[in-house]
Design a protein around this ligand. Structure first.
Ligand code: FES
Ligand SMILES: [Fe+2]
Length: 404
């Protein structure tokens, strides 16, 4: 089912309220008990999980080329002819919405002599009724069909039908556009999301309108950077002046959905609800950190009560020791006003600053340490870093190099 199918029009605001209440109940219980969701025990990880080149090659092949990758949200290419460049997973790829409304992915490669059709890099997006190659002006329509060839007679006898753009598996579901960058089997997005689809549907990602995009970088293995999104154990120490002020440290409610998960970190207002009657709880806005296996984190939350934003972090390796995070902020239900747009831009700037100068700073220096550490050195993930454990275990299994 396409996310554009009106059949999915449900009362999503109500669904979010219900989810908000359920997650709040869980967070109140954890705060009352001074507890956090835990794994069975600590998990030591050999440093090779982060620095080993062979493991990295397996991740590139099995995950970044082989798995469905989020290339963007539906709103990034809202109209027919809109196109985005997705080059972070490896090959440069175009994702374009055709006249029929279908999003398709193609190698960003001309079928004449291989030139790059759109020369910009991610996160570029724009509109092209037709894509014209900069080299000799071969021209393709928005469904990848070759429609123009200067000096056509020079290619007489050449099977022009075989010169359409090289298409890759692409699927649009619940406002997410997935591409399998290495080619291969069609994408079954519903199967990929499994039961997580019920949560993601309530975010109404198909309505999200892009506000601001950019690239964050870490001199670190991509998994080391990714780990920072899955625990709140570091809030008080690393984010002492920001989220460490506003949220409980080392307190996380984790809900697992196959290889995906959601985490809720209670803010300090939750403490006031402990011991109170649930019927007196104030109405709460839904929020949460949604992890989509293997490399995407979607934070949905309120800037101020009732005013939401959606933040999408897509982490990609740029070699074993470099991370490029494609970071984008969206207005979840469209940009309502200039003030709303400004608030969403502020959400981008403030988050980018913290992630770049705090989380990725630590990731970069930690990665350098791991590279130089003794051969038998292991990091250790605590039971309280349960979601980080799940991420690492699932990645290791997916590449066929289990941790134990
Ligand atoms: S390489 Fe594109 S037209 Fe020649
Ligand atoms: Fe952090």
């Amino acid at each position: 089912m396409s996310d554009r199918d009106p059949a999915i029009a449900a009362d999503w605001a109500r669904s979010r309220q219900d989810m908000a209440h359920a997650t709040l109940r869980r967070m109140v219980d954890l705060v009352a008990a001074k507890q956090t969701d835990r794994a069975e025990g600590p998990l030591p990880l050999h440093k090779g999980v982060y620095v080993d080149e062979a493991r990295f090659a397996a991740e590139r092949a099995h995950l970044f080329l082989g798995q469905p990758m989020v290339a963007g949200l539906s709103g990034d290419i809202a109209n027919a002819g809109d196109v985005l460049v997705f080059d972070a997973a490896g090959p440069s790829i175009l994702v374009q919405r055709g006249k029929d409304g279908v999003a398709r992915a193609f190698l960003n490669m001309c079928t004449h002599r291989g030139a790059k059709l759109i020369e910009e890099n991610e996160p570029w997006s724009g509109h092209r009724a037709r894509v014209v190659c900069p080299f000799h002006a071969w021209t393709f329509d928005s469904s990848g069909t070759l429609i123009g060839q200067p000096s056509k007679q020079s290619f007489a006898g050449c099977d022009i039908g075989a010169r359409n753009l090289v298409e890759l598996p692409c699927a649009e579901h619940l406002g997410l556009i997935f591409v399998r960058p290495g080619g291969g089997a069609p994408i079954d997005a519903a199967a990929h999301l499994g039961s997580f689809a019920d949560v993601l549907a309530a975010l109404e990602l198909h309505r999200a309108q892009p506000v601001k995009k950019g690239v964050l970088t870490a001199e670190s293995n991509w998994k080391f950077a990714l780990d920072t999104y899955s625990e709140g154990y570091h809030f008080a120490a690393l984010h002492a002046s920001t989220i460490g002020q506003t949220h409980y440290n080392d307190t996380a409610a984790i809900a697992r959905f196959g290889r995906h998960h959601r985490i809720n970190f209670p803010d300090k207002s939750v403490g006031a609800l402990v011991g109170g009657d649930e019927v007196d709880w104030p109405a709460t806005d839904y929020g949460g950190v949604h992890y989509l296996f293997p490399n995407t984190v979607i934070f949905f939350g309120a800037v101020t009560p009732g005013v939401f934003f959606t933040q999408v972090f897509r982490l990609f390796p740029d070699g074993v020791g470099k991370t490029r995070c494609q970071f984008a902020v969206y207005a979840p239900f469209g940009i309502e006003s200039d003030a709303h747009q400004a608030m969403c831009e502020m959400a981008y700037d403030a988050t980018a600053e913290v992630v770049q100068t705090e989380d990725y700073r630590v990731a970069s220096a930690g990665y350098a340490n791991l590279c130089a550490a003794p051969d038998d050195f292991h990091v250790v993930l605590g039971a309280n870093e349960a979601a980080v454990q799940f991420v690492q275990i699932n990645i290791a299994e997916a590449i066929g190099m289990p941790l134990k």
